[in-house]
Ligand binder design. Structure first.
Ligand code: CA
Length: 230
């Protein structure tokens, strides 16, 4: 599954492709012209862009150069022209691959997978698993032993931050800057209070910790209580 941005001015082609790509498990957003597409590429940071070359506002190669100016997102160009020169030109302007219209969503999907593999952008599952704890940052949900945890936004951020660094002692000052966006010198109490709340929701206490271990004078680390991960 990837987050795709489809830049295509033909409304019928656009909605049909979006539907098919979603059916194939992708998340798809779209833009009807080059300028909207450029903005969306910057704002939504897609894993890959599918770019129709025949757009109303900008020539395809121009669009590619502008896109390359703001992003190194992989791009698959969709061209109606079975024109070798044109294809060579867009590949030279920074496209990663191309498909010639008409194409099926399945063909496009195969190209998408190949490009993502090649560019190393294959969207890894962003979820973090530490023993029986699973945290999904995309859905902002956390599960313990398969049961959903009811966390406040900050508790979630804190848990995700620590779980993504499982086994590593993280200084409370670093938590304040990275999780709370507070400058150095903020109150450590904030962290302690949230850690206490988090412990309660994880069914543990500071005296009998499972996941959250305080290292006195240093910070806190999250560990797999079953000891499989460090
Ligand atoms: Ca078009």
């Amino acid at each position: 599954m990837a987050q795709l941005l489809l830049i295509e001015d033909d409304e019928r082609v656009r909605s049909a492709l979006m539907r098919s790509l979603r059916d194939l498990g992708h998340q798809v957003s779209s833009a009807p012209d080059a300028m909207t597409g450029l903005r969306a590429a910057v704002d939504h940071r897609p894993d890959l862009v599918v770019l129709d070359l025949g757009l109303p506002d900008l020539d395809g190669s121009q669009m590619l150069r502008m896109l390359r100016g703001v992003s190194d997102v992989p791009v698959i160009v969709a061209t109606a022209r079975d024109d070798e020169d044109e294809i060579v030109r867009v590949l030279g302007s920074g496209a990663d691959d191309y498909v010639v219209k008409p194409f099926t969503a399945k063909q496009l999907d195969a190209r998408i997978q190949a490009v993502l593999r090649r560019t190393g952008g294959a969207p890894a599952d962003p979820a973090v698993t530490v023993g029986p704890l699973r945290i999904d940052p995309r859905g902002r949900s956390a599960h313990l032993e398969g049961r959903p945890l009811d966390l406040s936004p900050k508790e979630f951020d804190l848990l995700h931050y620590l779980a993504a660094r499982a086994g590593e002692v993280v200084a409370k000052r670093r938590l304040l800057t990275d999780v709370w966006d507070l400058p150095f010198g903020g109150a450590d109490k904030t962290v302690d209070v949230h850690l206490a709340w988090l412990r309660r929701k994880l069914g543990e206490t500071a005296q009998a910790p499972r996941f959250l271990h305080t290292v006195r004078g240093v910070g806190v680390k999250l560990v797999d209580p079953s000891g499989e991960a460090r």
